[in-house]
Design a protein around this ligand. Structure first.
Ligand code: SF4
Length: 217
C-alpha cells in the first residue's frame, strides 16, 4: 500500500478521534464533579464556587460568574443556598463600596478542602505523561482554549496568550517566550492558563502576540 493510500485505520479522522477523547475526559470530569458534590449535599455549581473561593480567596459574585463561565443569576442562586447552609458569607468590598465580597466561613473552608481535591484525579492521570508530552499537551490546550474563547464558547481566562506581559518567541533555545512581569524567559511547560499576575493586553497586542505564538509554537 502506498503511503498516500488511505487505510481503514485513518477513519474516523484524527481530529475527530481527539475530539472524542476530550469528550470522554469531559464526561469523566462531569461525573466526578456530580458524585463528589452530591455526596456533600451540594450541586456541582455550589461545589465549583467553594473550590474557587478556596483557591482564590474572597471574590465578588460577578468575578465568580466570569471565572466559572456561568451566568450571574445562576451564581447568585447558588450563593444564596451556600449562605443558607452557612458555608459562604457576604462581606463589604473595600474596592467598591456598593459591592459585596463572597468569603468562605469556617465550615465552608473545611468542606472546600475536599472540594479543592475534586480535579485531582485528572492531575494524577496527567502525571503519567512524560515531561515532553505534558509540554506538548499544554501548548495544544492553550491553542484550543484560545480558539474557543474567540468563538465565544468559553470565558476569557487569565492565560499568557492574552496577557500584556507575554512576549512569544523572542529567545532562542528551549525557553523561547518571555514574561515581562517577572522578566524571565519561559518555555512551553511554563505557560499559564490562570495566572494571578495576568493583565489583559489591548486587542491589537493580543492579535499580534497570538499570530507569533500560534504560527511558531
Ligand atoms: S504575568 Fe502570568 S499570564 Fe502574564 S505572561 Fe507572565 S506568566 Fe503569563
Amino acid at each position: 500500500m502506498s503511503q498516500d493510500a488511505r487505510s481503514p485505520l485513518d477513519s474516523p479522522p484524527l481530529d475527530r478521534r481527539i475530539a472524542t477523547g476530550l469528550h470522554k475526559l469531559g464526561l469523566a470530569l462531569k461525573h466526578q464533579t456530580w458524585s463528589q458534590a452530591s455526596a456533600h449535599g451540594l450541586s456541582p455549581t455550589q461545589g465549583q464556587i467553594l473550590a474557587l473561593l478556596a483557591a482564590e480567596g474572597a471574590l465578588r459574585a460577578s468575578e465568580v460568574a466570569e471565572r466559572l463561565g456561568i451566568g450571574l443569576p445562576t451564581i447568585s442562586e447558588a450563593v444564596t443556598t451556600l449562605a443558607d447552609k452557612g458555608l459562604v458569607r457576604r462581606t463589604p468590598d473595600r474596592r467598591h463600596p456598593r459591592a459585596r465580597l463572597l468569603r468562605l466561613t469556617a465550615a465552608g473552608t473545611r468542606l472546600s478542602g475536599q472540594a479543592r481535591a475534586w480535579p485531582e484525579f485528572l492531575t494524577q492521570a496527567v502525571g503519567t505523561l512524560t515531561d515532553a508530552e505534558q509540554a506538548t499537551l499544554l501548548t495544544a490546550l492553550v491553542k484550543m482554549i484560545r480558539t474557543l474563547q474567540e468563538q465565544g464558547q468559553i470565558p476569557i481566562s487569565r492565560m499568557c496568550a492574552t496577557c500584556t506581559h507575554f512576549r512569544p518567541h523572542v529567545h532562542d533555545g528551549d525557553r523561547p517566550h518571555h514574561c515581562a512581569f517577572v522578566d524571565a524567559p519561559m518555555g512551553a511547560p511554563h505557560l499559564r492558563l490562570d495566572c494571578d499576575d495576568h493583565e489583559p493586553a489591548p486587542a491589537d497586542q493580543q492579535r499580534t502576540a497570538w499570530a507569533r505564538f500560534a504560527n511558531t509554537a
